[in-house]
Design a binder for this molecule. Structure first.
Ligand code: SF4
Ligand code: FES
Length: 141
């Protein structure tokens, strides 16, 4: 599915559906902005820019990101000098920080923010998790 963008003043919320692992963190954390039952499902008018950015940074997969369209065209800020890789319980590897991502063809890309890597082998969007681990139950821990 194509990337979607939602604009509020100088803030653009970016959603990449293919990376979403349906963790529900966004709509549990800020339901007045992220509501899967509404169309569009993202309503940036529902909260302040700061609240939205804080919530976006909690998205574990990187499906949500943002740009500030004013001066610096800022994307995800560096949150930590140390890159963190967390093995989530019965779920993907959660990578958070700044890192070089090398794809299967050897193409390198410097990334910053969050990504979720499939640990169960069932994702249709490998190497990224697409939430399938929930239905396959391959991971027992
Ligand atoms: S992965 Fe991100 S966009 Fe998808 S439901 Fe979780 S917090 Fe929301
Ligand atoms: S770990 Fe989520 S689809 Fe494999």
């Amino acid at each position: 599915m194509a990337t979607k963008k939602y604009v509020k003043d100088d803030l653009t919320v970016i959603w990449k559906p293919d990376l979403c692992i349906h963790s529900a963190k966004c709509f549990h954390g800020l339901p007045q902005v992220f509501n899967p039952s509404a169309r569009p499902w993202v309503s940036p008018a529902g909260a302040s820019k700061e609240e939205i950015i804080t919530q976006i940074k909690k998205c574990p997969s990187g499906a949500l990101s943002y740009e500030l369209n004013s001066s610096t065209n800022e994307t995800m800020e560096n949150q930590n000098d140390i890159t963190r890789i967390t093995v989530s319980n019965k779920g993907p590897y959660l990578v958070k920080g700044k890192f070089v991502f090398v794809d299967k063809d050897g193409k390198e890309e410097v990334k910053e923010g969050n990504i979720a890597l499939c640990r169960c082998g069932a994702s249709a969007n490998k190497p990224f998790c697409d939430g399938k681990h929930k239905s396959t139950n391959v991971l027992d821990a």
